[in-house]
Design a protein around this ligand. Structure first.
Ligand code: RIB
Ligand code: CA
Length: 306
């Protein structure tokens, strides 16, 4: 079977890094490239981290295109307290490779229109690059085979404010453009992601002899070491990646969503606005199937998920 052709838009970020390593480890995936966006860290740091992750994984052949350093309105508020001061829980060697000459929007356009109907876009950070692509090159995303976004807090508490999830809160104007576009988007929100987590002692017992698996385990264990009080790691971006590879991991409903754009406590909220709409929203995640995929891709040893 032909490999799944993935483009990953990302703000690495510890969970982004684990998702990227899952894609690199999969024999059924061809990573066409990474596009970077500010969010967890600055766009410059996200780009450096993307290049460093690929280099550490022995995949500097994969192109990286730098994207937005600011949202469509306001400014990114980074999250070093969660991902560590450099955005990763490991200190990776400085990358020797550099980004491609074109920016993220041009790169996304080129890849999506070259692989007509074949490329899958997985967006793991704020949606600024994706919204700009929709604005500047409206036909490109129609060429995507699938679009999977990690973001939102639909009918559940947010993780930045009670109403909003980080990626949407970082650029709600971009999120509104993307989620109201009518494109067939799968939105993997916090309610889905909170169903797949690992406890500290379980994570610290993991091992892997697979190169990307070892790196992912070190990244995960490093995250727990950043903050002794941390009890569990929720697999936000890895679940979005997993659903892009195996949609049957979750049951879904179709919804329409409104994004909070008023500068108040609902900034970046994602609320159902009727339906059935165009957005595919994962509801119940098959935990065993997710962890089985994670274990298989990263060749994890010692994974004891209850
Ligand atoms: O809310 C979780 C999302 O915000 C994840 O993509 C994480 O990497 C951060 O970007
Ligand atoms: Ca992310």
């Amino acid at each position: 079977m032909d490999p799944v052709r993935l483009i990953i838009d990302t703000d690495p970020g510890v969970d982004d890094a684990i998702a990227i390593l899952m894609a690199l480890a999969s024999p059924d995936v061809q990573v066409m490239g990474l596009t970077t966006v500010g969010g967890n860290v600055s766009a410059a740091r996200a780009t450096r981290n993307a290049l460093a992750i690929l280099q550490a994984a022995g995949r500097s052949d994969i192109p990286v295109a730098k994207g937005a350093s600011q949202p469509l309105r306001d400014r990114y508020s980074y999250s070093p307290q969660f991902h560590g001061p450099e955005g990763l829980s490991l200190s990776l060697p400085e990358p020797e490779s550099v980004t491609v000459a074109e920016g993220a929007v041009q790169f996304l356009y080129d890849q999506l229109t070259r692989e007509l109907g074949e490329a899958v876009l997985v967006a793991l950070g704020p949606l600024t690059n994706v919204a700009r692509l929709l604005w500047e090159r409206p036909i490109a995303l129609e060429q995507a085979k699938n679009i999977v976004v990690m973001g939102g807090a639909v009918n559940c508490p947010g993780n930045v404010t009670p109403a909003a999830e980080f990626n949407i809160h970082s650029d709600p104007v971009a999120a509104e453009i993307v989620l109201s576009s009518g494109l067939p988007i799968t939105l993997v929100d916090l309610a889905a992601c909170r169903q797949v987590w690992i406890a500290r002692e379980q994570a610290m017992a993991l091992d892997s002899k697979h190169p990307q698996g070892r790196l992912a385990v070190d990244m995960l264990q490093g995250w727990f070491r950043l903050e002794p009080s941390r009890e569990r790691f929720e697999f936000y971006d890895p679940l979005a990646l997993a659903i892009a590879l195996e949609p049957a991991i979750a049951t879904v409903v179709k919804v329409d969503l409104d994004v909070g754009l008023d500068e108040n406590e609902l900034w970046g909220a994602t609320a159902e606005s009727g339906g059935p709409g165009e957005i595919t929203l994962p509801m119940t995640v098959d935990r065993a199937r997710f962890f089985s995929l994670l274990e298989r891709l990263l060749e994890l040893e010692g994974l004891e998920i209850k």
